[in-house]
Ligand binder design. Structure first.
Ligand code: RB5
Length: 152
């Protein structure tokens, strides 16, 4: 798979560990930054990764910030993105199997390195189950389309 990754300064170090893991798992990584611990604004990086996924340049995306929250809020503004913040492997697996999440957000100040890597591995190895979940995910897309029509 092609996996787009990004972080802000708070997630920069953990992003490096995440990138190494994803490569070890045999996937292709595109790193959209940031590239140092200098303070930056997380929405800029959420947008780059979310657009890569939305436009089909990447299959999935992983974002790391301090809490994983701002990244998810920002990424979910991009059409077609279902971004989730996960701090445990059960939620990570369910977010792929039930919600067809396409962007995973991790909070480096919340979730330690070992657990964070387990979460990323679990998430990448889990697959959307389809079936009854398709109808529900389609309803999320319908909400998105309705909002776009009413606002523009
Ligand atoms: C940066 O201080 C912090 O606000 C950011 O990494 C993230 O936690 C935002 O949601």
């Amino acid at each position: 798979m092609k996996v787009a990754i990004g972080s802000d300064h708070a997630g920069y170090r953990q992003k490096g560990e995440v990138a190494a893991l994803i490569k070890d798992l045999g996937h292709e990584v595109t790193d959209f930054g940031t590239h140092s611990e200098e303070s930056v604004d997380y929405p800029d990086f959420a947008l780059r990764v979310a657009q890569a996924v939305s436009q089909g340049e990447a299959d999935l995306g992983v974002l790391v910030c301090g809490t994983g929250l701002g990244m998810a809020i920002a990424a979910n503004k991009v059409k077609g993105i279902r971004a989730v913040t996960c701090g445990d492997t059960f939620s990570a697996r369910a977010s792929r199997e039930h919600n067809d999440a396409n962007v995973l957000c991790i909070g480096a100040r919340v979730t330690g390195g070992g657990l964070a890597l387990d979460i990323v591995k679990t998430w990448l190895e889990s697959e959307f189950q389809g079936g009854r979940h398709v109808r529900r995910v389609n309803k999320i897309s319908e909400i998105e389309s309705a909002n776009l029509e009413s606002c523009c």
